[in-house]
Design a binder for this molecule. Structure first.
Ligand SMILES: *Cc1c(COP(=O)(O)O)cnc(C)c1O
Length: 376
């Protein structure tokens, strides 16, 4: 059976975890957390990166740092993972779901402005499959309407838009190191902070409302309760696992892109014959091979293809059920305008196995099976 996902593992993880244990600092903000944050700051050029316990928690921190509260409205795509909306719904803000573009599956930037009301405070967007949203347009709208922008860049590490790393363009960027992502620590994430003026508040929020981060750096002689907060910092043992992959980041990224490109070449004939559609990567975007999907003719065909692949020992899966039609979506938000693409496109999309350890031979086998299904 070819699994849909295998957690990334380079073989060096145990060695780093052992070092973490021997350092006798296994709680948060030890040597490996510092190394991971420094590496992320270097590759993204952001003012500050804070490692977190998940992308969900990084998004929650972003919602708190944006000052979102009861009665505020946040513009968000409906085609996303629940955490994007949970983050601000927890603060009492309401979701205004905007339709997606059928090509990239990202929020349709041309619909955002009309969805703004006097209650709108922020835009939470998602770079689906590591392919950037149309950021110039979105940042221009945000500037003109004084809105915060939070990038759910859970899938978008090492991706860029017009040369700018994703997660660094809006006010806050949130990365995920869940086991399904390109780089993992089991559960984990990171918050990228663009404005240096927000760093201190973020550090306090992450450390139970205390200035312990300053204390660790020797900037104060005791730490105190400064503000509300929670515990958003991961164990250094988990960071040790993650750092093993950062040490091989180029190799992991190159391998994933090679598998992605191989899928693309082998499946292109299906698109040319009008049988299925392949992902669209706009010219301004560099992606990271996070996900390879195809779009089938309709949901019924997708169901048959999933069954066909399962018989061949291949696990292929669909993705998000649109949030606006889910029970919580109905309770916490509303869809702006017409749902032209969100439901329709989500019901056609099928993700094929994609992970670092996937081999060329496996990709050839999977693509062959998909072509066989379509009689090609
Ligand atoms: C994976 C993912 C998340 C959640 O990440 P966690 O680290 O599991 O909290 C949020 N948003 C998107 C778009 C994701 O793909």
């Amino acid at each position: 059976m070819i699994r849909f996902n295998v957690p990334p593992c380079t073989g060096r993880e145990l060695e780093n975890i052992k070092k973490s244990i021997e350092s006798m600092h296994i709680c948060g903000d030890g040597e490996f957390t510092r190394k991971c944050s420094a590496w992320l700051e270097e590759i993204t050029g952001t003012a500050k990166c804070l490692l977190t316990t998940s992308c969900t928690h990084a998004l929650e921190m972003a919602a708190l740092l944006c000052g979102l509260k009861e009665g505020d409205e946040v513009i968000v795509p409906s085609y996303t993972f629940v955490s994007t909306a949970d983050a601000f719904v927890l603060r009492g803000a309401r979701a205004v779901f905007v339709d997606i573009r059928p090509d990239t599956m990202n929020i349709d930037e041309t619909l955002i402005e009309a969805a703004i009301t006097e209650k709108t405070r922020a835009i939470f967007l998602v770079h689906y499959a590591g392919v950037a949203c149309e950021m110039d347009t979105i940042m221009d709208i945000a500037r003109r309407h004084d809105l915060k922008v939070v990038e759910d860049a859970a899938q978008a590490i090492m991706c860029s838009y017009k040369g700018r790393p994703l997660g660094t363009i809006g006010d806050f960027g949130c990365l995920s190191f869940h086991e399904t992502k390109n780089f993992s620590m089991g559960e984990g994430g990171a918050l990228l902070i663009r404005d240096p003026a927000c760093i201190e508040e973020a550090e306090i929020l992450r450390e139970k409302g205390t200035d312990r981060s300053k204390y660790y750096r020797g900037q104060v002689d005791k730490y105190r309760w400064m503000n509300y907060g929670s515990s958003y910092l991961p164990s250094d043992m988990n960071a040790a696992y993650l750092y093993s992959q950062f040490e091989m980041a180029e190799e992991i990224n190159r391998t994933r892109l090679a598998r992605w490109n191989q899928y693309w070449e082998l499946l292109l004939p299906l698109q040319q014959a009008g049988k299925a559609e392949l992902p669209v990567i706009p010219g301004d975007c560099v992606h990271n091979g996070h996900m390879f999907y195809i779009k089938t003719g309709d949901p019924e065909e997708r169901g048959r293809l999933i069954d066909f692949l399962k018989e061949k020992g291949i696990m292929a899966v669909f993705h998000y059920i649109p949030l606006h039609s889910a029970p919580a979506g109905l309770k916490f938000g509303r869809f702006f305008g017409e749902d032209r693409h969100t439901t329709r496109e989500s019901e056609r999309l099928l993700r094929l196995p994609m992970f670092y350890q996937l081999t060329k031979e496996e990709v050839a086998y999977i693509a062959g099976a998909v072509r066989e299904f379509y009689g090609m």
